[in-house]
Design a binder for this molecule. Structure first.
Ligand code: CMP
Length: 147
């Protein structure tokens, strides 16, 4: 059964010109790209998207990072898309990824546990929530850079 998941190429990935290489890896790994857009998040968007992290000490820094420039939001589809995209991006800490998962996306373009260049939904529930966050009603009034 096919599954959908949300991928984000974060500001460091986008500004570092990794979008093309990441999309090449996505397609090479058998995912279909169903939807894609470039958006610039504001504080409120990030606070909603990462609401579960709002009490963490790194939260203010995460907000600064995620609002620092445009991001690419992508809906991916394939059998087992959620787990397979998480496997392809590697561990949260990009420093660790470079050692344990050298072929992962975060090893390729991430810097540390915050600036890890990509996001992936972690469960079917969050995938559904995150896809409708960006492609449903609520974000249709947000700042879209390109479609
Ligand atoms: P992501 O997988 O998008 O989910 C939450 C994000 O918070 C994570 O990627 C990182 O960008 C950031 N993050 C998670 N853990 C830490 C941490 N220990 N220190 C700083 N940022 C973090």
């Amino acid at each position: 059964e096919k599954e959908k998941t949300l991928a984000i190429i974060k500001p460091d990935g986008f500004s570092g010109n990794y979008t093309g290489e990441i999309k090449r890896l996505i397609l090479l790994s058998g995912f279909s790209i169903l939807k894609e857009k470039i958006v610039h998040l504001d504080k409120e968007n990030v606070a909603l998207f990462y609401a579960e992290h709002s009490e963490r000490t790194f939260f203010p820094s995460l907000v600064k990072y995620m609002t620092s420039g445009p991001v690419v939001v992508i809906v991916l589809e394939k059998v087992n898309a959620i787990a397979d995209w998480r496997a392809l991006i590697g561990p949260t800490d990009a420093q660790k990824a470079k050692i344990t998962h050298p072929d992962s996306v975060r090893a390729l373009c991430g810097l540390n546990s915050e600036r890890n260049c990509v996001h992936g939904s972690d469960s079917p529930q969050s995938a559904a929530k995150e896809i409708s966050f960006f492609f449903g009603e609520m974000f249709s009034s947000g700042e879209v850079i390109a479609n």
